[in-house]
Design a protein around this ligand. Structure first.
Ligand SMILES: NC(=O)c1ccc[n+]([C@@H]2O[C@H](COP(=O)([O-])OP(=O)(O)OC[C@H]3O[C@@H](n4cnc5c(N)ncnc54)[C@H](O)[C@@H]3O)[C@@H](O)[C@H]2O)c1
Length: 252
């Protein structure tokens, strides 16, 4: 028996990085994946990869900052009998300080990183209430817990932590568990872009690595394994929690 046999799992930001690794891992554990991303080519490529080993994944092109797209996305999970597990993972980096951040930057950041989580939860909870249980996992960041160079991103990620607690409190009575993960720096296309934007990549890496007691950044699969624990029957008494996966970054 696999850990997610037959479960309908919706993953946003499935085309790259942490979302892609999680779709791969969850499909190997028997989940039926509905994957959402704005990147159609990347989304289709992970669906093909999963189907090639006999796993199940449907890709739905979605802009998670646009509610009508989210509504259409949840029609796909409804056709499979309703969503059991939601991983709100899609996100964008806004590597700008307070004085450089425009209103447009702020709106895009909040819409993609926070509004998306709110509305995906809204549609998921409706299907989960009908099933009498469900699991929501939100991907926040250590930037939601401690200071970062990007205050708009921090504000959105901190909002996810507060939203997680609010929903865990509200929907525990329906056996819906809501938790969030705060990764430190993880080796994904997003991290590459952030490092490159800051100048000499090897200097930036070396400087940032000094803040990581384990002496390295994390890998997407290490976040996926934490999401698997939260999605599985091994965490049935865990809700409203904020779990750091950061190589000791916030312990310093
Ligand atoms: N990589 C890190 O160091 C790190 C650290 C902490 C938190 N996180 C968080 O983890 C999550 C995943 O990050 P990642 O590093 O895998 O990023 P990534 O850029 O490698 O992948 C993110 C995916 O989200 C998709 N996406 C972006 N905007 C979208 C939209 N509007 N609608 C649908 N899909 C959209 C992208 O196309 C991409 O496939 C994000 O929420 C990010 O903030 C990442």
């Amino acid at each position: 028996m696999k850990r997610l046999d037959g479960k309908v799992v919706l993953i946003t930001g499935v085309a790259a990085g942490i979302g892609r690794a999680t779709a791969n891992l969850f499909a190997k554990e028997g989940a039926r994946i509905v994957g959402a991303d704005i990147d159609e080519e990347g989304g289709k490529s992970i669906a093909e990869k999963i189907q090639a080993f006999g796993g199940s994944m449907t890709f739905v092109k979605t802009d998670v900052s646009y509610e009508p797209d989210i509504k259409a996305l949840f029609e796909a999970t409804s056709e499979l009998g309703g969503v059991d597990i939601l991983f709100n993972n899609a996100g964008i980096e806004v590597a700008k300080g307070l004085l450089e951040t425009t209103e447009e930057d702020w709106d895009r950041n909040v819409n993609v990183n926070l509004k998306s989580v709110f509305f995906c939860c809204k549609y998921a909870v409706q299907q989960m209430k009908e099933k009498g249980k469900g699991v929501i996992i939100n991907n926040s960041s250590v930037a939601g817990l401690v200071g970062s160079f990007s205050p708009a991103y921090s504000a959105a990620k901190g909002g996810i932590i507060a939203l997680t607690k609010a929903l865990a409190t509200d929907f525990g009575q329906h056996n819906i568990r809501v938790n969030c993960i705060c990764p430190g720096a993880i080796e994904t296309p997003m991290l590459e872009r952030v490092i490159e934007e800051q100048g000499n990549p090897s200097d930036v890496r070396a400087r940032r690595l000094k803040n990581y007691p384990l002496g390295r950044f994390g890998y997407p699969d290490e976040v996926a394994q934490t999401a698997l624990f939260l999605a599985s029957e091994e965490s049935t008494f865990v809700t409203g929690a904020t779990i750091v996966v950061d190589g000791g970054f916030t312990a310093k």
